[in-house]
Write a protein that binds this ligand. Structure first.
Ligand code: HEC
Ligand code: HEC
Length: 270
């Protein structure tokens, strides 16, 4: 109490006492692969906070209206996503659908590989992330006219065995993935050079030997989800209706095994 100036009014003293008795809620910073606390209920405060965070941290790239035409955004080789069309690359919902709020939370926290240019926003509190997500939903009429479908079901993964990984390679060859991703999954297939984003800029197919570049995450369930829902706004198709869940798990484990070999050598992932 000795720090208090001499002439504080009774009201200020009381306010200080109340504040000390009921500390502000703790600011939490859930990592991208954790489970965030539920979003706060929508309120004027939340939307105003979201607009502030957006102006400070996102507008330069994604643009004031969310059209991806911010001053810095225009200079990037990979265009920032357009929050008006809301074609999302990292979604747990079926192809063409809006993402879930948790999908957006994951993308904002994780960011996109350094060569893409979107940093991982680890310094925003969970509430600030939810607030900026609330702001994103004001940028497109889609959020008013379309329901967000429930996330796809991710069945429990099968036990990983050498046979399962090998089966994944066979599915890869039989499904035509190599046309884009190349015989060895290095992103250098015959069609690779001609591929573009929905706005016409070139897009390289993923190189499975560089999993640190994956946009949707590298855990088995992340790769399974990406294979199931595809990456909207890019040429990466959704395979949820083309391949069985078993085949998608086999593929996911084969792809993960290549990343492990890249780090630890050929014997790493049998
Ligand atoms: C330095 C530029 C930059 C800044 C700053 C930036 N972004 Fe991005 N953001 C990008 C780029 C580029 C992409 C496109 C990634 C891609 O297509 O590979 C992107 C993509 C996204 C996506 C798309 C996810 C998906 O599934 O398609 C979301 C959501 C997003 N940003 C939210 C934000 C939010 C919220 C902020 C501010 C807190 C922000 N970004 C700040 C550059 C930026
Ligand atoms: C028509 C070309 C094309 C075909 C066919 C294709 N992909 Fe892709 N794939 C892409 C492109 C382009 C990207 C990069 C998207 C991006 O960076 O936004 C990609 C990205 C990926 C990623 C990276 C996911 C991430 O989180 O960044 C995986 C894994 C993947 N593809 C697996 C496959 C598998 C397995 C098949 C076959 C079952 C397949 N792809 C078929 C074009 C294709």
């Amino acid at each position: 109490m000795q720090d208090l100036p001499r002439k504080v009014g009774l009201a200020a003293l009381l306010a200080a006492a109340v504040a000390a008795a009921a500390p502000a809620p703790r600011r939490t910073f859930t990592p991208w692969d954790g489970t965030p606390p539920p979003p706060p209920p929508p309120s004027k405060d939340l939307f105003e906070q979201g607009a502030r965070v957006y102006r400070g941290a996102c507008l330069g790239c994604h643009g004031e209206k969310g059209d991806g035409q911010g001053r810095e955004g225009k200079l990037l080789a990979i265009p920032p996503r357009d929050f008006i069309t809301v074609n999302c690359i990292s979604r747990s919902t079926p192809s063409g659908s809006l993402p879930t709020p948790a999908d957006l939370f994951r993308s904002i926290r994780r960011g996109f590989k350094p060569s893409v240019g979107m940093p991982a926003f680890t310094f925003l509190s969970d509430r600030e992330v939810w607030a900026v997500i609330a702001h994103l939903t004001t940028l497109s009429p889609r959020w008013k006219s379309e329901p967000v479908p429930p996330p796809i079901e991710i069945p429990p993964p099968p036990r990983r065995t050498p046979e399962l990984v090998k089966a994944g390679e066979a599915v890869y060859r039989a499904t035509g993935c190599a046309a884009c991703h190349g015989e060895e999954g290095k992103g250098d297939g015959p069609s690779a050079a001609a591929l573009t984003y929905d706005n016409g800029k070139p897009i390289p197919p993923a190189n499975f030997w560089r999993p640190e570049d994956f946009k949707g995450g590298t855990r088995p369930g992340d790769v399974f989800r990406t294979l199931t829902t595809g990456m909207d706004g890019t040429p990466m198709p959704a395979f949820g209706e083309v391949l069985t869940a078993e085949q998608r798990w086999q593929l996911a484990f084969w792809i993960i095994s290549l990343g492990e070999q890249a780090v630890r050598g050929p014997q790493a992932s049998r």
